[in-house]
Design a protein around this ligand. Sequence first.
Ligand code: ADP
Ligand code: MG
Length: 250
Amino acid sequence: MGELAIRDLSVTYGRGGAARTVVKHADLVIPQGKVIGLVGESGSGKSTVARAILGLVKPSGGVVTMDGVNLASLRAAERARRVQMIFQDPYGSLNPRMTVGQIVAEALSHRGLRPAERRAEVLRLLELVSMSSEVVPRLPRRLSGGQRQRVAIARAFAAQPDVIVADEITSALDVSVQAQVLNVLREILASERHSMLFISHNLAVVRYICDHVAVMQEGVIVEQGDVEQVMGSPQHDYTRALLAAVPRLV
Ligand SMILES: Nc1ncnc2c1ncn2[C@@H]1O[C@H](COP(=O)(O)OP(=O)(O)O)[C@@H](O)[C@H]1O
Ligand SMILES: [Mg+2]
């Protein structure tokens, strides 16, 4: 774990006349062990921030650092070890040919555990996401969407990266399943405190999970701070509009 800092980040898609800057001079710090929400409407640039952290798009300006080290200076494999992603689509993100046990075990393979310790750690992580040892030999296609997302959460924590980026991880799930997955995430965060960027278009969800929140409108972070403070007395019209638009989920 470390401190991830996004400084003056801008990302432009396209070139020449078609160029569109969709992230504009964004500043965001994810202190060690804190869960920072990034909230905004669809198209506001949230996933582009995630892609810039992962190195999937090249910033047109600014920098992403981990404990002062520019992530762009790291090899892809090293960067992938330091930043783990949990994706929105629970069907595309797990290798269909690996069992649940193999998926979680692979994520912790670099931790130097002995086989018996590794097996115990896999079971411990699955238990933290409310899954029994019965799922260990199963392939992803034999899991529901909610179960898959729980495996993806366990895998991200298994890897012990510096930071976990979770992008709309419940948006593709049924509402009842969303609450289950969010509860599981909250529980695992309570026992395995971890730096996380939690991206969602839903402020109620962010309030449930995060310590701090940054509000993004058309590529600009218009407001950020302690989640209760921002939600309790929003300073920006856009934040007020987002608050008015979402039903309380939890
Ligand atoms: N690869 C791309 N090429 C061009 N435009 C893109 C690309 N990806 C996203 N965009 C545009 O960038 C804007 C921000 O997208 P995105 O970061 O996905 O927003 P969010 O995650 O908040 O919904 C949107 O207008 C989207 O259409
Ligand atoms: Mg997105």
